[in-house]
Design a protein around this ligand. Structure first.
Ligand code: NAD
Ligand code: DAU
Length: 349
């Protein structure tokens, strides 16, 4: 089987690419990534010499380039992760999200259809999406697979649109598709613009921890390797045309999560308890900040037997250990080639 994985130099994509390259030596994996600020070849350097792996630099929204790539490789499957992924950046630069998340997804669908339409057997277009498409919850309830879509940020709207495009190509052209919608991920190789790696980096350097609003927004956190395992299970065992929610039943108010993070950081850095918490600084809220996300993953767990493998405290501890042992990776982003992009995230504050 020859599989195209898009966005494999990013955070989740790197974990998915490594898992597929290592666990399925009989598959040929082509990793297509534009290497935006969020793409980093360091994330996948441990597999770059594997015989069943190839990296290609390119843009998913470039129709003729994608046509050429399919012609050259004759892919049987696509696992589509490439996206503009950061909500704050979608507030400052929304058009990039429309181009990559909407146009890019449509281009991939159309080229897959052009190549596969003579015989769809053994083919699969797997689209990786987010729980943010369902909108924002109040204090009660969970997102299930048929919760109506209600996206509210440019990021979540572009992802919701991409999900609709995938379903449209399935219903109109019979393209074999699967979709998953996952909650907030954390773990190694996450760009330090997202809450957990940003705050780890700031604690290391004694910089303020900018908590939006009052810190009472709730997110449902999942260790990235558990997300990669879920994608593996859905890719191989999920029903064609189906959607699966992925989440670890692990809700935290931001401020409570940040306090746990501060405590673990103090312990690991040998600082007095309470030191890191003093860095907490309440700042202007994110525009349109969704209040609460919570995933009901019963369908995935009951039908396909997936379950998360770590508790949040275990996953967070592993994550902190990774960033402390890989500070050069962080420093290369915050002060090296990615510095301008990294600094740009503060524009919105
Ligand atoms: P990321 O920003 O870390 O990585 C995105 C990757 O896509 C980067 O390597 C980037 O270079 C690449 N890319 C961007 N535009 C491209 C283009 N036009 N052509 C080719 N490559 C391009 O993102 P992530 O956090 O790893 O998210 C991966 C996917 O999972 C996204 O589709 C995202 O919506 C989804 N998702 C993320 C989370 C999360 O918590 N991070 C949760 C649920 C779903
Ligand atoms: O739910 C899945 C989504 O999770 C993914 O689709 C997105 O790609 C991913 O970025 C993530 O979106 P969030 O907006 O929830 O993640 P972020 O890490 O940006 O923020 C988590 C929470 O922390 C959110 O309520 C905003 C808050 N926050 C974030 C940052 C960066 C702060 O209070 N301060 C910050 O500096």
């Amino acid at each position: 089987m020859k599989i195209l994985i898009t966005g494999g130099a990013g955070f989740i994509g790197a974990h998915v690419v490594k898992r597929f390259v290592r666990n399925y030596p009989n598959y040929q994996i082509v990793n297509l990534d534009k290497l935006t600020y969020a793409g980093n070849l360091e994330n996948i350097k441990d597999i770059e010499k594997e015989p069943n792996y190839q990296f290609v630099k390119g843009d998913i929204s470039d129709l003729e380039f994608i046509r050429g790539l399919f012609k050259e490789h004759q892919f049987d499957g696509v696992i589509h992760l490439a996206a503009e992924s950061h909500v704050d950046r979608s507030i400052t630069d929304p058009l990039a999200f429309v181009t990559t998340n909407l146009v890019g997804t449509a281009v991939l669908l159309q080229v897959a259809k052009e190549n596969w339409k003579a015989d769809y057997s053994g083919k699969l277009f797997y689209h990786v999406s987010t729980d943010e498409v369902y909108g924002s919850l109040g204090a009660e309830g969970f997102f299930v697979e048929d919760t109506p879509y209600d996206p509210r940020s440019p990021y979540s709207s572009s992802k919701a649109g991409s999900d609709h495009l995938v379903r449209a190509w399935h219903h109109t052209f019979n393209l074999p598709v699967k979709i998953s919608n996952c909650s907030n991920n954390y773990g190694s190789y996450q760009f330090p613009e997202k809450l957990i790696p940003l705050f780890i980096n700031n604690i290391i350097h004694n910089k303020p921890l900018p908590v939006y609003g009052e810190g009472v927004n709730v997110r449902d956190w999942l260790f990235v390797e558990d997300h990669a395992a879920a994608i593996d299970v859905i890719f191989h065992k999920g029903e064609m045309g189906e959607t699966y929610n992925i989440g670890g039943n692990n809700e935290w108010r931001n401020i409570d999560l940040i306090k746990v993070l501060c405590k673990q950081m103090d312990e690991k850095l040998g600082r007095d308890e309470g030191t890191s918490e003093q860095l907490i600084t309440f700042v202007k809220d994110r525009a349109g900040h969704d209040m609460r996300y919570a995933i009901d993953a019963a369908k995935l767990m009951n039908d396909l037997g997936w379950a998360p493998t770590v508790t949040f405290e275990q996953g967070l501890s592993k994550t902190i250990d990774w960033y402390l042992s890989n500070q050069e990776w962080l420093d290369n982003i915050t002060s090296g080639a990615y510095k301008d992009y990294y600094d740009a995230q503060y524009v919105n504050r």
